[in-house]
Design a protein around this ligand. Sequence first.
Ligand code: ADP
Length: 611
Amino acid sequence: MFKSLYFKVVLILLIFIVAVMCAVGAILLNGVTSYYEEDFVRQMNNSFTEDSLLMSELKSVSSSDNYPYEMKRILNSYAVDLGIDQYRNYYILDSDGELITGSDAELGSELGITPNMLNIISQKSSNDVKRTSEYADWAIRIPIGEDGEDYTIIYVRDSLEEMRSMNGMLFSIVLQAMLLGIIIAVILSFFLAKSISSPIQTLTQGTQKVAEGEFSGEINVHSSDEIGVLAENFNNMKERLKNTIDEVEGEKEKLDTVLSYMSDALVAFTESGELLHLNGSAAKIFADAIKEGDLTPEKCAEMLDLPQDINNAAEQNEKDNQNGLIFRDRICNGRVYDVSYARIRDSEDSDTYAGSVFIIHDVTGRYELDESRREFVANVSHELRTPLTSIKGATETVRMDPDMEADVRDYFLDMVLSESDRMTRIVSDLLVLSRLDNKRTKWNIETFDFKQSVRRLCDVMRPEFGEKNHEVSFGAEVDIPLITADKQRIEQVIVNIISNAIKYTPEGGHIDLKVSSTKSNTVVLQITDNGIGIPEDDLSHLFERFYRVEKSRSQDAGGTGLGLAIAKEIIEAHGGNISISSKLNVGTSVRIELPVECHLNVETNEKEDKK
Ligand code: ADP
């Protein structure tokens, strides 16, 4: 309350009133005192000058024996000029200052010797007004006798009572005026303070709202004084601030949207390690750290396998005029990332930092591709080196022994031939895959009876089934629709799958072929054997190039590890699907699904045709 504007205005007015009244009172009291004193002096000077009538009359009676009483009579007649009344009296003293007579003999007996008296007695001349706090007096010598050596003293004393009572009266008037002034001041100051403080209060409430972030509504101060101008300026300022904040928020929202939809993960921290921004992709990568409530720059660096002194490295990197640190192929939660790390400066020219940012680019696809390419090259080299080594060995053996027996030579030559065939198979399979990869395969699309094709292949391959005494069964639903596809390539896939079944099913095993169709216009071929089966761990890799469950068992069977990869490429190029389910030592089932209308890329074929 004592700090409120209202209280301050009241206090100022009160102080002002009291100060004015004090000053007025002091001036009045001083004025009255001065006037009284001056009036006393003027009266004395006028009355007691050497050539004044009073003096000449007093001197004229000074030689008489009865001079005191003569003088008293004269002074009485001049009582009005001398201002003699109940407060001011005259006294006639002898040369020692002893009272002879006076206007008030009773008071005269209490006179005593005053400084003025002493002065006039000792100096034998002059007269003066002496004013003390209690009285004002005047003394003058009047020579007496014929020779004029002796003298009497006329002594006038004013008790100042009149002046004091007047001052007292004035003081009480000033006091009353002051009290009245204070009451009026309090009432006036109430209205004054209200008229000053209410617009300020309105302004204060408005500014408080803005400080709390609420920009709606105007501050309604309609006065035309400085407060009115201040309110208007504040309204303008608030409007501009609101527009600026809206713009900044809009920009921020846009940035947030861009960041959240960006496929790269982004996480930013303040210099003290508090999270500043985290987009969706980053939230997935650091889900565990977020769950534990431990998402800090250090934790991110640790998870992404970045160096501990990353900040120093980033600063050094920046000094070398590079934009940010890039760490390639960091593995985190089974995925591979390229990580950019940069320190955020407070401002462009500033030496201090506001925080740091990690931008994490998922390169798992590229990494796996690179890996598979490397693996592929290694596989091709390995696959070709094996037959080449055999061919070289066989050729050298034959060459070193010209007298070699014919059947031994034939053995080595057969080996050269079979290894050459194997190399040819690998190379032609690779060529097929390469064409499929580059979408340069020439497709010959025709409409044919899928069930009929499978039945025919089954018949064609009967001799091969017979080699290992396999029991073959063929079954088909009645209404299998015709399909439109590259018949030759589809049959190539079927032959490959049947060959695998023959290869990996021991003597006397059973191979079953079943053709069916689904409601979604798809024909299905299921080739099931009760052969050696495939371990569960290998199932997901079967369609990879050069993947073989056990190199030895496949190589023994003359496999290249490319058959299923080619089958998958061909079936998928038709918009179909191929899958394998198997149990080790129980058997394997391959399921081929083909759409009735295939979705081959004919455009490429046309280009190819033109070539
Ligand atoms: P390959 O030419 O070596 O047979 P594939 O790509 O056709 O290559 O087959 C890949 C691997 O899958 C083979 O090495 C073999 O181990 C396994 N495999 C394929 N079909 C069968 C099957 N019916 N029974 C058991 N294993 C099979």
